[in-house]
Design a protein around this ligand. Structure first.
Ligand SMILES: *Cc1c(COP(=O)(O)O)cnc(C)c1O
Length: 362
C-alpha cells in the first residue's frame, strides 16, 4: 500500500550505536529523541540496546506508548499543568521552567506514591524555554529542593531551535558554571547537565564540549545522520534510514507551461513556469496533506519535483533512465520537517524493515 515510509531499523540502530559511543567517549549519556517518528514502538524497541541511556520525547502520549520499554524516559517539552498526572505516570524526568508546574508534579507524586526527577531549563539566548535570569533560577532551585516527592537532578538547555543560536564552549560553559554555582550555594551534587540537541555534536569533534555536560538529547542526528549546527552529514552515519515510496497514478507527456490565463494555485500562490517544451510528467499519490513537500527530494537525481497540491505531486521523469509505467513507484528522501509530517500522517503507511525481513504496518 502506498504512499509508505520504509524504515530501515538496522541503519537507525547503526546511527544510535555510533553516536552513543561517541558521546560516551566524552562521558556523555545519550537520550534518543523519538518525536520525529512519533515514537513508533517498533523503532524504539529496536534502538533500546544501542547504548542510549534514555528515551526522550516532547509528547507524553508518545512516552505512554513506550511504557513497557525499560529505559528511563525524559519529557522534553515543558509539561502542561493539565497533563501533570500523565507526566508522573509515564516519565521519569521532566525538563521544567515553571514552579507552579513543579509544585503540581510534587503533589501528584505524593498522591500516586511515585518519585519524579526534575531538571530545570536554562535559556542561554536562543529565547525558547528556560530561566533567563540567574536569580530566578536559584530561587526555583531552592524551592524545588524543599519539595518532598521530587528530586532535583540538574540543568538542561536547548539551542538552535527558535533563535538558531549555535552551541559553543562559551554558552554551554555558562550552563556548567551555573551548575557549579548551584552545587556550591546549596551544597548538593548535580548528576544531570543536558547540553542540548543534535546541534551540540560539533563541539565533540572540536574538543570544545565543556566536561561538565553529562547528557545530550539526539533526534535528527540519529534519525537522519545529520548534525544541525551547520547541517553537515555525520561521517559514518546513514542519512537514508527513512524512504518515502509513492505510486504513479498518471504518466503523460504535456507542455511545461499551463494553457490559459494564470491566476493563483490551490494555495493562493501565483506560480512561475519555465518553458522546457514537452515533458514526461508522473503524478504520484501524495500531497501537502501528507507531508511538507518542500522537504522532499527524489532519490534519482535525474528526476525533478515540479510541484504539488493537497493530494497530487508531479515529478518530471523525462531524463530518468527508467521507463516508468502507471503503478510503478518513485522514491523520495525526506528532510526533518517532511519526515515529521509524513510519520504523523495517517494516510502514509509505515513499513519497518530489519535484517532483510519486512514487517508490515502500524
Ligand atoms: C526536539 C528536541 C530535541 C531533539 O532535537 P534534534 O535537533 O532533533 O536532535 C532535544 N531537546 C528538545 C527540548 C527538543 O524539543
Amino acid at each position: 500500500m502506498y504512499p509508505r515510509i520504509e524504515i530501515d531499523l538496522d541503519k537507525l540502530k547503526h546511527n544510535a550505536n555510533l553516536l552513543s559511543k561517541k558521546c560516551r567517549e566524552h562521558n556523555i549519556e545519550t537520550a534518543v529523541v523519538t518525536k520525529v517518528y512519533c515514537a513508533f514502538p517498533e523503532i524504539v524497541d529496536y534502538l533500546k540496546d544501542s547504548g542510549v541511556k534514555y528515551i526522550a520525547d516532547s509528547r507524553i502520549k508518545n512516552l505512554k506508548k513506550l511504557s513497557s520499554i525499560d529505559l528511563e524516559k525524559i519529557l522534553i517539552r515543558i509539561p502542561m499543568l493539565t497533563e501533570v498526572e500523565d507526566v508522573v505516570k509515564y516519565s521519569d524526568i521532566s525538563l521544567n521552567s515553571e514552579i507552579e508546574v513543579i509544585e503540581k508534579i510534587d503533589e501528584t507524586c505524593a498522591k500516586l506514591n511515585k518519585k519524579h526527577k526534575i531538571a530545570l531549563m536554562v535559556d542561554l539566548g536562543d529565547l525558547r524555554e528556560g530561566y533567563f535570569k540567574e536569580d530566578e533560577l536559584f530561587e526555583v532551585v531552592g524551592k524545588t529542593l524543599e519539595l518532598k516527592n521530587v528530586e532535583f537532578v540538574g540543568l538542561g538547555t536547548n539551542l538552535t531551535c527558535y533563535g538558531a543560536v549555535i552551541p559553543s564552549k562559551e554558552n554551554l560553559g555558562r550552563l556548567c558554571e551555573l551548575g557549579q554555582k548551584i552545587e556550591e550555594k546549596f551544597d548538593i551534587k548535580l548528576s544531570f547537565i543536558s547540553g542540548g540537541n543534535s546541534s551540540s555534536l560539533h563541539l565533540l569533534d572540536k574538543g570544545e564540549m565543556p566536561s561538565r555536560v553529562t547528557n545530550l538529547r539526539l533526534g535528527e542526528a540519529i534519525a537522519l545522520g545529520k548534525e544541525t549546527a551547520y547541517s553537515q552529514d555525520i561521517k559514518g552515519a546513514y542519512q537514508d534510514s527513512f524512504k518515502l515510496v509513492c505510486e504513479i497514478v498518471e504518466l503523460k507527456e504535456k507542455p511545461s507551461i499551463p494553457i490559459g490565463e494564470i491566476g493563483v494555485d490551490a494555495f493562493g500562490n501565483k506560480p512561475h513556469y519555465e518553458d522546457k517544451g514537452i515533458r514526461k510528467r508522473a503524478i504520484v499519490g501524495i500531497g501537502k496533506q501528507d507531508t511538507n513537500v518542500d522537504g522532499m527530494s527524489t532519490v534519482d537525481p535525474k528526476q525533478e519535483i515540479l510541484g504539488a497540491s493537497s493530494d497530487h505531486l508531479i515529478v518530471d521523469v523525462t531524463e530518468s533512465d527508467r521507463d516508468y509505467k502507471v503503478g510503478d513507484t518513485i522514491e523520495f528522501n525526506l528532510e526533518y520537517g517532511a519526515l515529521m509530517a509524513a510519520t504523523t500522517s495517517d494516510y502514509v503507511n509505515k513499513v519497518f524493515k530489519c535484517e532483510e525481513k519486512l514487517a508490515e504496518n502500524v
